[in-house]
Ligand binder design. Structure first.
Ligand code: AHG
Ligand code: MN
Ligand code: MN
Length: 329
């Protein structure tokens, strides 16, 4: 007889969310789980786009199929704009922040998200993911404002990602550890598969794009040399070009992901609000750390929604060593 407890994401959220978060925050996470299922089913068919020509992937002019990251953006917004749980959203795919339409009730939370991270990898069947962060509105009495969207990561109430890989996983934290759920495609349910994820003490990987090394500062080159030469046991280098997948691998096996500044990219490439900060929040909750090379990514107050930042995220000792090379130089 099977005795393993089957815990759906709904049951886990209801059992573990503190009282203040029961209700809207729990429902919002569940709404995101639904968006994840829709996006997962579509990304799984990505290789068939040319053959099937999905009807709902045709743009207004009826000419081109929409890119999957635009599709994912649309799904998240459409599943969340009318629920009365949000007062505003920010998406990588939209230039401006997204107010809740006046015809719908407004809620107390702000959702920031990267609909598909690593999307340039889709045509080669490499894992991509949706990254999200959730904040509380600054003023419950007012409708959403830009200020609501420009809060430091430290004030996040929850963050997570959905990884569309060999299986679809939802990994999230609402401030009480990091928990992972795997989608059972037959049941259409996310089931608890990784409770209380922590970075392993002994890391295995470092993830930097070495093709950029010629554009790194001297301390950065020294740091990556240190990562490659000074570890026992030796670290392996793995880099997918899909930060969410690189982060997930390093979370499970230990390691550090980095996207430093380069002489022609003074702030690096990664966006603070909906890429770096949510992963830094998860990292801290898993015993790790996320830094811009000088201090915690969670302490940076964004001044605009698409601002970029250098990023170092993973096992705390490896990230602090990046700071030592950079700040000490
Ligand atoms: P996105 O697909 O949302 O634009 O993000 C891609 C990001 C990140 O996922 C990845 O780590 C990085 O771009 C890769 O950039 P390089 O090819 O310059 O290494
Ligand atoms: Mn991205
Ligand atoms: Mn993206």
């Amino acid at each position: 007889m099977l005795t393993t407890k089957i815990v759906t994401i709904e049951r886990f959220l209801l059992d573990t969310q503190p009282d203040y978060a029961r209700g809207d925050l729990t429902a919002l996470l569940y709404d995101l789980a639904l968006a994840a299922k829709v996006i997962a089913s579509q990304t799984r068919r990505a290789g068939l786009l040319d053959i099937l020509g999905f009807a709902d992937n045709v743009n207004i002019q009826g000419e081109e199929q929409r890119k999957l990251d635009v599709y994912a953006d649309d799904i998240v917004v459409r599943l969340n704009d009318h629920t009365g749980r949000l007062c505003s959203m920010v998406s990588e795919e939209r230039e401006d922040w997204i107010p809740i339409p006046a015809k719908y009730p407004k809620g107390h939370y702000v959702l920031v998200f990267d609909p598909l991270d690593g999307s340039s990898n889709i045509d080669t069947n490499i894992s991509v993911g949706t990254i999200f962060g959730i904040y509380r509105a600054l003023d419950d009495e007012r409708r959403g404002r830009l200020e609501d969207c420009l809060q430091p990561g430290r004030d996040m109430v929850a963050a997570g990602y959905i990884l569309y890989g060999t299986s679809t996983m939802l990994v999230y934290s609402a401030g009480q550890g990091v928990h992972g759920f795997t989608l059972d495609p037959a049941w259409g349910e996310f089931l608890l598969s990784h409770e209380g994820i922590r970075f392993p003490e002994a890391p295995k990987y470092y993830s930097f794009n070495h093709a950029s090394a010629g554009r790194w500062s001297k301390p950065m080159k020294q740091y990556v040399d240190w990562l490659s030469a000074s570890q026992t046991p030796i670290l392996s280098q793995r880099y997918l070009g899909s930060m969410v997948a690189d982060f997930h691998r390093n979370l499970i096996h230990g390691g550090v992901f980095g996207y430093p500044d380069e002489y022609n990219k003074p702030d690096g490439k990664i966006r603070l609000l909906y890429e770096a900060a949510p992963l830094a929040f998860l990292a801290e909750q898993a015993g790790g750390y996320g830094s811009d090379g000088k201090g915690s990514l969670l302490d940076i107050r964004p001044t605009h929604i698409h601002q970029r930042t250098p990023v170092f995220i993973g096992n705390r000792n490896l990230v602090e060593k990046a700071e030592a090379f950079i700040v000490g130089s």
